[in-house]
Design a protein around this ligand. Structure first.
Ligand code: NAI
Length: 488
């Protein structure tokens, strides 16, 4: 089996070398050939904004599996995150993270005798991670948040399949559908639809803010939580904190053809090159990789050795019993390798079954794939929201916009600012910024509208204002496909 291997930046090469050494000691070299690929900082520095070479892309696409170290992303301006790019271009739609109490890793919960063991499945491609951002006016920036039915279905189905495989009997959906009724509403509705295919699994939903509190107050009530991308990103780091920090949180990015396994933490520039980084997160991620391809026997042997090591106080400097010596990254891996064959005694060891290779090389799609979930709805244009860059107040905008729309089938029905209605009614206390939404709807008695009418409206309004963008107001099978403004 060929697996593409990217060492990563910062502490990446250190923790990767230690992990590979451990895999070798566990006899994985007989089953796996690692194929090095060039990705990350060195590629960005050569001017390739993708952060990976053509050869690296070809290797990952032929192997279908990538084990990667953390990679540096410039903050704010500069190149896009290579980590997000890799998940998105290869459609690794589900991020799977396992959080559990580990021996030798002290947390407030372990001190209280509370043992944690739960899984978070995060949607990995959509949401604000589309990275579709624009400057709209002098003062306003926008990030577009996209949630699709097929994208939600993929992650929910993966979550339920994983729950079934792991014997998890209850799955929660975390969301913010009380506020984002259309986007998170769709994510939740698809959760319920897919759940119907798994009647043996109990389901519940929880609003993400309450989920965060519950996770701190009583984390043991959860076994699996599925979340949209950004909320899942935040909640999974919170969850990592419950079990001892990012150094112990493994992560798998699962796609239908290509999957990526990586540590959750970043490149830790503050300790890079010192040989002191904790390799546990990458080792645990690699165990997920071994299980994914069916090397369950080797994974269990390795995991038992790791658990036994942690139990015996084997540690790097960032955790554990300070009275025991802190090992460097490679020595930590060697200490685990020396314990191959041992099992933890204070906790249940992992059952050591037989390896059964199940991974298949990816099947290259013969044509571009367009996913569809819903039946094609009958849609009709009933208006348009025009977004304007202007520092005029709504009292000045309204009459001007009404007269500009005079020759079109549309009339101005509302103006909102930052989502709150400010015209025709509103509160003087609503503070506004220099970016407005003007909603135009069909005049009573006007016939059906088409995009030509909207373009005519746009061009009339653009004579006087900067129209940054527009959204069609459409009904789908007679139901409005747009939300009301706050206060409307
Ligand atoms: P970070 O996770 O690299 O570091 C946060 C803190 O945790 C630092 O004090 C660091 O020393 C410590 N730490 C992290 N991993 C550790 C380990 N294995 N052993 C011991 N201590 C460890 O997060 P930060 O500083 O926000 O990000 C640094 C860079 O990493 C950025 O360029 C960021 O974009 C990138 N990054 C990459 C990820 C990936 O490749 N999947 C994920 C997260 C961040």
């Amino acid at each position: 089996m060929r697996i593409a291997l990217a060492h990563g930046d910062g502490i990446g090469p250190e923790i990767m070398d230690a992990t590979i050494e451990l895999l070798r000691a566990a006899g994985c070299a007989q089953a796996i050939e690692f194929v090095p690929v060039e990705m990350g900082k060195s590629v960005f520095e050569k001017g390739d904004s993708r952060g990976m070479t053509d050869a690296a892309m070809a290797t990952v696409e032929s192997c279908g599996l990538l084990l990667k170290g953390p990679m540096e992303t410039p903050k704010g301006g500069g190149g896009k995150s290579i980590n997000v790019t890799a998940r998105k271009v290869w459609n690794a739609f589900a991020n799977l993270r396992h959080f559990r109490t580990l021996p030798g890793v002290a947390t407030p919960y372990s001190a209280a005798g509370i043992s944690l063991d739960f899984v978070i499945v995060r949607e990995n491609i959509e949401d604000t991670y589309g990275g579709i951002e624009h400057r709209l006016s002098s003062d306003v920036m926008q990030c577009k948040r996209l949630i699709s039915a097929p994208g939600s279905d993929c992650v929910h189905r993966f979550a339920f399949e994983t729950a079934r495989r792991l014997g998890i009997t209850k799955v929660h959906c975390g969301h913010k559908a009380n506020i984002m009724k259309m986007t998170d509403g769709l994510f939740l509705e698809r959760f319920r639809t897919v759940a119907a295919e798994y009647p043996e699994i109990e389901t519940a939903d929880v609003i993400v803010d309450a989920l965060c509190m519950n996770l701190v107050m009583k984390p043991q009530q959860y076994r699996m939580i599925v979340l949209p991308n950004l909320q899942g990103d935040i909640v999974s780091d919170l969850a990592a904190g419950l079990v001892g920090g990012l150094g112990f949180a493994p992560s798998a990015n699962i796609g239908s053809q290509i999957s990526i396994f990586e540590a959750v933490h970043g490149t830790a520039p503050d300790i890079a090159g010192k040989g002191i980084a904790n390799p546990c997160s990458l080792i645990l991620s690699t165990l997920m990789l071994l299980r994914h391809v069916g090397l369950v026997g080797r994974a269990a042997r390795l995991e038992n050795a790791l658990l036994a090591s942690l139990e015996q106080g084997v540690r790097t400097g960032d955790f554990g019993d300070r009275s025991k010596p802190a090992l460097g990254t490679m020595d930590f891996a060697r200490a685990v390798a020396q314990r191959l064959g041992q099992r933890p005694s204070a906790i249940e060891p992992v059952r050591e079954g037989e390896d059964r290779l199940v991974a298949k090389p990816p099947v290259r799609p013969s044509k571009p794939i367009v996913l569809r979930t819903m039946k094609v709805a009958q849609s009709a244009i009933v208006g348009a929201d025009l977004y304007l860059d202007s520092d005029q107040p709504s009292e000045a905008l309204a009459p001007a916009l009404e007269s500009l729309a005079a020759g079109t089938p549309f009339r101005l029905t509302l103006i909102s600012n930052r989502g709150t209605q400010v015209w025709p009614t509103g509160s003087v206390y609503t503070e506004c910024v220099d970016y407005w939404r003007a909603r135009f709807e069909l005049r009573p008695g006007s016939g059906p509208a088409d995009q030509g009418h909207v373009v005519a409206l746009l061009s009339a309004v653009a004579k006087r204002y900067t129209v940054c963008s527009h959204e069609l107001l459409r009904t789908f099978d007679g139901k409005p496909g747009y939300s009301l403004a706050q206060g409307q």
